[in-house]
Design a protein around this ligand. Structure first.
Ligand SMILES: Nc1ncnc2c1ncn2[C@@H]1O[C@H](COP(=O)(O)OP(=O)(O)OP(=O)(O)O)[C@@H](O)[C@H]1O
Length: 313
């Protein structure tokens, strides 16, 4: 028998006056899946996360969380935890006291060992007894995650969890989420950072002006939007430019000399034409020193599907 979806939304709509923030959104998140939610500013991500966390009620459509239909009650559905718009804390309380107070508000009694455990999971043990007034954005994000973990959720809903985190902090949070998912917790995370989504998520939903423009496995994006721009650095840029210009299915878009005096060609091609070009370069004795997409398949799909323009870099 198929396992119950952590999230199953059908034709969800939400309006704010004349603004249609969500316009018939379908979303499926399987148990143990880390699902990314991306979209330009104003696409409806926060609104959707708010519905999932019980902070608002949809105007239309249906929503099931962990197998239970969500009707009208403004309450976090059982087994769900997370935050939108950044977690909020009492500034005069310590990290540990804040966690205890939040659990108390939820009517849950937690043991000191549980607090130690979640603080350790997010790497805040050393500042557990510091007031949160002095916490950086990254520390607050991690404490928000610790608060969510305290309820041992089966669904975690997170808005920009890596916001403000330094690379080590982001790696830490990635590790926590990956371990949770491996143990069966589903995670829906909204992010503007495509690299985070690519590193963490197996599936992604792309929203644009309240509508789903793509939802599915990341690997599907790689095949559906295959023509990409690639940076090409070789041992002989002149020969490479000639060979690329002659190759079927390949366009040479730009040539740039970097600060290190390296000449970089940008070639646009689908994978088979690119493979063919690499073989031709090697046969001609031209070494390929670097070949990588200018933007990742996810970013390329995001830009194409949301009608945004690529920014030159
Ligand atoms: N409380 C509200 N009252 C009026 N309009 C709202 C409200 N909340 C959201 N909106 C509007 O709904 C649309 C979707 O907003 P939402 O905040 O969900 O987008 P978002 O994808 O989270 O954007 P961002 O990436 O900027 O956070 C926007 O047009 C926004 O102006």
């Amino acid at each position: 028998m198929a396992k119950t979806h952590a999230i199953r939304a059908r034709r969800l709509t939400k309006r704010f006056g004349a603004v249609v923030a969500l316009d018939g959104v379908d979303l499926d998140v399987a148990p143990g899946q880390i699902h990314g939610l991306v979209g330009p500013n104003g696409a409806g991500k926060t609104t959707l996360l708010g519905l999932l966390l019980g902070l608002a009620v949809a105007d239309g459509g249906s929503l099931e969380i962990l197998g239970t239909p969500v009707e009208r009650a403004l309450a976090t559905p059982d087994g769900t935890a997370g935050f939108v718009d950044g977690p909020a804390f009492y500034p005069s309380l310590t990290a540990r006291q804040n966690l205890a107070a939040l659990a108390d508000l939820d009517g849950r009694r937690v043991r000191a060992a549980q607090l130690d455990h979640v603080l350790d999971q997010v790497g805040l043990t050393d500042v557990a007894d510091d007031r949160t007034r002095g916490f950086s954005l990254g520390m607050r994000q991690r404490l928000g995650l610790a608060a969510a973990l305290l309820s041992e959720p089966r669904l975690l809903v997170l808005d920009e969890p890596a916001n403000g985190l330094d690379p080590a902090g982001a790696k830490h949070v990635h590790g926590v989420l990956t371990r949770l998912a491996a143990a069966g917790t589903s995670v829906l995370l909204s992010s503007h950072r495509m690299d985070d989504v690519e590193a963490l998520c197996s599936e992604v939903t792309i929203l644009a002006t309240g509508r789903v423009v793509f939802s599915g496995p990341l690997r599907k994006l790689a095949t559906e939007h295959r023509e990409l721009d690639y940076r090409l650095v070789t041992s002989d840029p002149d020969a490479a430019r000639r060979l690329a210009a002659d190759a079927a299915g390949v366009r040479v878009t730009t040539t740039v000399i970097t600060r290190y005096d390296t000449e970089v060609l940008t070639v646009t091609a689908r994978t088979p034409a690119l493979d063919d070009l690499v073989v031709r370069l090697v046969h001609a004795g031209v070494a390929v020193r670097e070949l990588a997409p200018v933007v990742s398949p996810l970013e390329a799909a995001f830009l194409a599907l949301t009608g945004q323009r690529e920014v030159a870099r």
